[in-house]
Design a protein around this ligand. Sequence first.
Ligand SMILES: Nc1ncnc2c1ncn2[C@@H]1O[C@H](COP(=O)(O)OP(=O)(O)O)[C@@H](O)[C@H]1O
Ligand SMILES: [Mg+2]
Length: 269
Amino acid sequence: MTPALFLDDITCTFVSKDDRSQRYTAVANTTLAIAPGEFVSVVGPTGCGKSTLLNVSAGLLQPSSGNVKIFGESLNGINARAGYMFQAEALMPWRSALHNVIAGLQYRGMDEAQAQELGKQWLARVGLKGFEDRYPHQLSGGMRKRVALAQTLVMDPDIILMDEPFSALDIQTRQLMENEVLELWNAKKKAVLFITHDLDEAIAMSDRVVVLSAGPATHPIGEFVIDLPRPRDVAEIRTHPRFVELHQQIWSVLRDEVLKGYQQQKTAT
Ligand SMILES: Nc1ncnc2c1ncn2[C@@H]1O[C@H](COP(=O)(O)OP(=O)(O)O)[C@@H](O)[C@H]1O
Ligand SMILES: [Mg+2]
């Protein structure tokens, strides 16, 4: 089957603008394929190159070498078949929740009434019925994330790219959101590339977990199929014996990389 997203031998070297001799290869020779409908998490230590890979998948960053294929076609420029959700807040403070959700639809030229109808449906689906007219500053952090989720999913993307979307939330809100994402994903089965530094979250959500090495020249060093039953409750699945087993297996690969990453952060600062 043609992958929804295929990163083929990707290398990303950043060159300093001030001193061209200063180069840093963040990602080296990374190959990763995500099938349509597959939920794949990429874990790795802070600063290893996770966001770099996501940005390459989104078409926001051109790799130094290698190819990106979207449903078999080479990606040039922005990936129009993908929706993104980043760690940072991406809502427009001057727009209401509803008008944030439908911004992309308006940009696409959808009829206003139709866009509003769809926007309301999506706000209801993420648990925000009745909050259509609230502005971002009138919503809690978790609610703002829900708006951002609706904003991404209303576009009905074939590929969903998420970069540590819930890391700023408290653990309870986070688990609620994770379950909501799984429920929505289960209904529509889109290809998901989920970036996280949290191994529990990666296992609980995914069909497959890919472990990246610490940088520089980050690349996959392990890949694990998560054969846990679905539907899952992310809080409950953590007590499943198979979860514990997978966690041990993956952590034994990830631990050394996290330590290396930590040492590098310490020497960098
Ligand atoms: N535009 C850039 N220019 C120079 N270095 C960068 C740039 N973007 C990322 N890096 C470096 O590449 C490495 C990987 O960054 P990133 O992908 O953001 O890591 P992660 O998301 O895993 O925390 C880091 O060392 C970071 O400093
Ligand atoms: Mg990052």
